[in-house]
Ligand binder design. Structure first.
Ligand code: AMP
Ligand code: MN
Ligand code: MN
Ligand code: MN
Length: 283
């Protein structure tokens, strides 16, 4: 009973599948539990919970919150996953609404920047790929770029566009680390630092981030995730041991053909780590 997959997306944010289709894949992947962790919204949780209940799969309410860390200096985007949250908690619902609110203006600026590089129609094109309009994201722009033949797949769209220094990149101010952690805690959930190996931080900056994360009430780090190399997994397993952090595991699945790991197929957590699910409220 340790095949917990606690980081996955549906088409309520930038995933390709409906929540119930994601649940079906988790059953296929023989998951013992699944968390849906859409970016900055919780709209898919109810559908996923119903589908999981009828399939006999344990389901965990989650979210992945976009954060800007050290806005005055580094201005680095981080993702904080909240697990076992109550999506109806006012702090969470209002907080997420405020994070989402900047996405339309940002998308318009991204489209203007792409137009300057000769790519027109990106705003309408990206919205055409977004099931939920207020969750318009870079992934929807990437799918549009693939659709019009400017990139062969979503990964290469993110190589040539949409990232710092490339057409379509727009610097954006998300919420603060302290706020994201507070919303998660006030909704009864556990704050998890998502895919720490992906942030381009020097070892000392990573140390400072983890100090701050823990001081604010952060309790877990993702050790095994679809975006970690084997070396990242070893590194953050060691960090979890040294810091007494709980360990999490999740595919960060966005869709077949876009994500290498389907729900439930990643390596298991090292057995000596304390899994984050040890802290979940009783199922
Ligand atoms: P946004 O919140 O709109 O900035 O979009 C962030 C999302 O873009 C992430 O959650 C990923 O799903 C996707 N993304 C970012 N970088 C890459 C990449 N290099 N390859 C594929 N997807 C990426
Ligand atoms: Mn995403
Ligand atoms: Mn993420
Ligand atoms: Mn994610």
């Amino acid at each position: 009973m340790n095949n917990f997959d606690l980081h996955n997306h549906s088409n309520c944010s930038d995933g390709q599948l409906a929540p119930r289709e994601l649940v079906a894949l988790a059953v296929q992947g023989r998951c013992d539990a699944l968390a849906l962790t859409d970016h900055d919204n919780t709209d898919g949780l109810a559908e996923a919970a119903v589908a999981a209940a009828s399939a006999g799969l344990r389901f965990v309410n989650g979210v992945e919150i976009s954060v800007t860390w050290r806005p005055e200096s580094l201005h680095t985007t981080l993702h904080v996953v909240g697990l076992d949250i109550d999506p109806a908690a006012p702090a969470m619902a209002e907080g997420l609404a405020s994070v989402r609110s900047g996405r339309h203006a940002r998308a318009a600026l991204m489209a203007e920047d792409l137009a300057r590089a000769g790519i027109t129609g990106a705003l309408e094109g990206a919205y055409g790929h977004a099931e939920h309009r207020d969750m318009i994201s870079r992934t929807h722009f990437a799918r549009f770029l693939v659709e019009i033949g400017k990139a062969r797949d979503v990964g290469s769209a993110f190589h040539h566009y949409l990232v710092q220094g490339k057409p379509g990149y727009v610097r954006h101010d998300w919420t603060r680390l302290a706020e994201a952690i507070r919303w998660i805690r006030e909704s009864g959930g556990i704050p998890v630092l998502a895919h720490p190996g992906r942030y381009r931080l020097r070892p000392m900056q990573m140390d400072e981030l983890l100090d701050e994360f823990q001081a604010l009430g952060g309790e877990a780090v993702e050790v095994v995730t679809g975006s970690h190399s084997a070396e990242d997994m070893r590194r953050f397993a060691d960090i979890a041991r040294q810091r007494g952090l709980l360990a999490s595991r999740g595919a960060d699945f966005h869709g077949p053909g876009e994500s290498e790991w389907a729900p439930g197929t990643l390596p298991l957590l090292p057995a000596d780590l304390t899994p984050v699910w040890a802290r979940f409220r009783a199922a």
